[in-house]
Design a binder for this molecule. Structure first.
Ligand code: ZN
Length: 205
């Protein structure tokens, strides 16, 4: 079962890549949106807007071109026998919800208990960054971060907590500014050992 999921994802990625529009097509689509809101895309102030928006989109969704499994593979084994929790706290990120393409802004807490191998701490932040720079739901973002660390590092356990604000519900729709959504994923000793889970949650909240 687990081997069919990556191959389905790969097939979907290949299909998306084959039908991917070029930059000129993307800019034409943005000019259509500008006309759609009742504006003139040829007006001086708007003439460069399609290329600016296209560049901003490339930046916002740069995560599709990167695979965290690749950069997590570079691990260190000279840990001096360190076997306690390693936690990177309050990693700020910006993502976009896949239902409205509206910003999701928040922070992630990522922790693991190693079993022999550790990873450079900046890599923990990069895992968050790569999955955030895709169209997301927060639940899946949480799971993807934890699973990538679990699959590559094979630690004793992984914990991920994400707190984020969804602009699709704070700035539009039901308009509830100030609310945030908290999600978590606990694997291995974070799931099985209440003391480990508590230690992590005490760091996170
Ligand atoms: Zn949304």
């Amino acid at each position: 079962m687990s081997s069919t999921i990556p191959s389905l994802e790969r097939a979907r990625a290949l299909r998306a890549e084959a039908s991917r529009p070029n930059r000129a097509e993307i800019e034409a689509a943005i000019r259509t949106i500008i006309r759609g809101v009742g504006e003139d895309p040829e007006r001086d102030g708007l003439i460069e807007t399609p290329s600016r928006v296209a560049r901003a989109l490339e930046e916002a969704f740069a995560g599709y071109a990167q695979d965290p499994v690749e950069f997590l593979k570079k691990t260190f084994e000279e840990t001096g026998g360190y076997d306690e929790m390693i936690a990177l706290r309050g990693i700020r990120f910006e993502s976009h919800c896949e239902h409205h393409m509206a910003p999701i802004t928040g922070q992630a807490w990522v922790a693991y208990v190693p079993s022999g191998r550790i990873v450079g701490i900046s890599k923990l932040a990069r895992v968050v960054e790569v999955y955030a720079k895709r169209l997301q739901v927060q639940e899946r973002l949480t799971v993807q971060i934890a699973n990538a660390i679990d699959v590559v590092l094979k630690p004793q356990g992984v914990g991920v907590v994400i707190k984020a604000t969804h602009h699709c519900m704070t700035a539009r729709g039901v308009r509830k500014p100030g609310s945030d959504l908290v999600t978590s994923r606990m694997l291995g000793c974070f799931r099985d050992n209440p003391a480990t889970r508590q230690e992590f949650l005490a760091l996170a909240v």
